[in-house]
Design a binder for this molecule. Sequence first.
Ligand code: DGI
Ligand code: FE
Ligand code: FE
Ligand code: FE
Length: 187
Amino acid sequence: MRREEALRLVKQQITEHRYQHTLGVMETSIMLAERFGADAGKAELAGIFHDYAKFRPKDEMKEIILTQNMNRDLLSYNSELWHAPVGAYLVQKEAGITDPEVLDAIKYHTSGRINMTLLDKCVFLADYIEPGRGFPGVDDVREIAKTDLDQAIIGALRKTIFFLMKKSQAVYPDTFYTYNDLILKKE
Ligand code: DGI
Ligand code: FE
Ligand code: FE
Ligand code: FE
């Protein structure tokens, strides 16, 4: 699918603010893919579609999680987590995206997963460091991202986990698994 067509489909689904974030993630995913050796075309497509389901009604997302046999644990955690796996399902169904690597990068863009692919990593990190993001400490992660993809993701996960804990929110287990996986693989 061409970039213009993909962007047109996504624009109908999300707010203008989220669309600007999407453009940032698209550009940053491509940049990271080129830097670290992932497929830039797949990074572009996954970046464009990563937040496709961000504004779907909770009821609809819940229904999809149940009927499509996704991990039901999701329903016990913050509904902010749901748009990632639901998005992967909907872009296949509604936008005709079939590439399993692209669909996985969308599916795991919020929590990460054990054994993330290079593409997963580029999209996950782009979501955190795209130019529109102003999280405290994001500049540290941007700096690390110039040279070390895994270390930058560890930094992003650490900040996300701290952020959730400070708000006394539950942390989804996959977020911890991703963090541990990358820490344990560090040489
Ligand atoms: O969709 P975006 O805002 O671009 O970013 P995202 O897909 O990374 O989603 C971030 C939201 O998800 C944010 O509100 C925090 C929440 N979140 C991320 N990881 C976890 C989480 N919430 C819980 N409960 N547990 C997590 O591990
Ligand atoms: Fe998201
Ligand atoms: Fe994220
Ligand atoms: Fe996003």
